[in-house]
Design a protein around this ligand. Structure first.
Ligand code: HEM
Length: 362
């Protein structure tokens, strides 16, 4: 009997204890809310970060919070890098939405331009003669650079915009494979872009130096504004500006890319954040300009791509778009009849072998 009453007393005590504990659990969040000041508009169901005060304080500082450590290494004494959060916010709230709309805007702009203006035709029609425009080496380095750039652009865009765009289509599992493959591929091929950039720079720089008359090409919008013919040399003002943008912005992309791939040269996290911002802004600008280049070099203009694929361009096309160069070439007797170009071209590579055959015949 004694034992039973003892047990029931113990049971009562346990129940009271559990009740008190539950009451304390219920009151605890109220106390935390009172402590950390629930921000306006935050749903009451959201769990508050118990370290909210600390993070608010950290965000107000511009300097990283440092301590001392025995570990030797860059940033190893930094306990909290307040700028890391600023960088993350910039990436998520500015870079991704603004960059995305910019690229989308350029694509829509080009589509509208194509619908309004249509393909720029060779006004005089195709001629019966051609001019040699690019050697096989020049075409090789152009397509080498173009394929590397396109690969880097696609993988880079997946890394930057993939989460919001591809997860709804492929799901998280497949996207994680696509994203990590893109990252590895991007890092592996990145340094090759530097090689391509140097090769293209060395080969094309002389023809891209600005000359007298380039400004009038720009003022007349390259012939798009008005119907008058605009004089131009081997490259016009637009191509030259694209070239210099490629060299300058391309160098920023290459240097910042190397800072990001090889974090072994003593660069701090803040330098890497800066390198990332420069890399991403540079790449978005360059992809935008290159979209315009691809448009005008393919569907936008009749006859433009021939030089870069066969090495030869139509004489009338050259006269309409690069007249100073075309007149010089014609005077030097470089214009070759279409049949001759076709007859003496290598069937596999499309390379015109006529000149060598004629030399050999002599
Ligand atoms: C697949 C897309 C591309 C197409 C269809 C294309 C087409 C062309 C064409 C037709 C030309 C010759 C224009 C002329 O003879 O006046 C050219 C030149 C050139 N392209 Fe591309 N291209 C492409 C991608 C790229 C990319 C991705 C880059 C660089 C990242 C690039 C850089 C250049 C450069 C530097 C020139 C010489 C222009 C100059 O030096 O001013 N191209 N391209």
């Amino acid at each position: 009997m004694y034992r039973v009453s003892n047990l029931s007393q113990a049971g009562l005590g346990l129940k009271t204890g559990v009740l008190l504990w539950l009451l304390w659990l219920l009151l605890l969040p109220l106390e935390t809310v009172a402590d950390t000041k629930q921000p306006k508009g935050m749903p009451s169901t959201m769990v508050l970060n118990p370290a909210a005060e600390l993070w608010r304080d950290v965000r107000q500082r511009d300097m990283p919070i440092s301590g001392t450590t025995q570990v030797k290494g860059v940033d190893s004494g930094v306990l909290i890098n307040a700028n890391g959060d600023k960088w993350r916010k910039f990436r998520m709230q500015q870079l991704i939405p603004i960059g995305g709309f910019l690229l989308l805007g350029i694509l829509v702009g080009l589509a509208v331009f194509y619908m309004v203006r249509g393909k720029v035709k060779i006004v005089g029609g195709e001629s019966d003669r051609k001019l040699p425009r690019y050697t096989s080496y020049e075409r090789l380095i152009h397509w080498f650079m173009a394929s590397i750039f396109l690969f880097l652009a696609i993988t880079g865009l997946i890394i930057l915009f993939g989460r919001p765009l591809l997860i709804p289509i492929f799901g998280k599992e497949i996207f994680s494979i696509i994203a990590s493959a893109s990252k590895e591929g991007h890092n592996l091929m990145g340094p090759l872009f530097m090689v391509a950039l140097i090769l293209v720079f060395v080969k094309f720089v002389r023809r891209n130096i600005y000359q007298k008359g380039d400004m009038s090409w720009l003022l007349r919008g390259g012939g798009i504004i008005g119907k008058k013919h605009v004089p131009s040399n081997f490259f016009n003002m637009g191509e030259k500006s694209m070239f210099w943008m490629l060299v300058l912005v391309g160098s920023v992309i290459v240097v910042s890319g190397l800072v990001l791939i090889f974090p072994v040269f003593g660069q701090s996290r803040e330098w890497m954040e800066l390198a990332h911002v420069g890399h991403a802004i540079g790449a978005i600008l360059m992809i935008g300009v290159i979209l315009g280049h691809i448009y005008i070099g393919s569907i936008g203009m009749e006859g433009a791509i021939d030089g870069m694929t066969t090495g030869y361009c139509d004489l009338n096309w050259a006269k309409e778009h690069h007249d100073l160069w075309a007149t010089q070439m014609e005077k030097r007797g470089e214009a070759i009849a279409n049949e001759e170009v076709n007859r003496f071209s290598d069937p596999d590579t499309n390379e015109y072998l006529g000149r060598e055959l004629r030399e050999a015949d002599k």
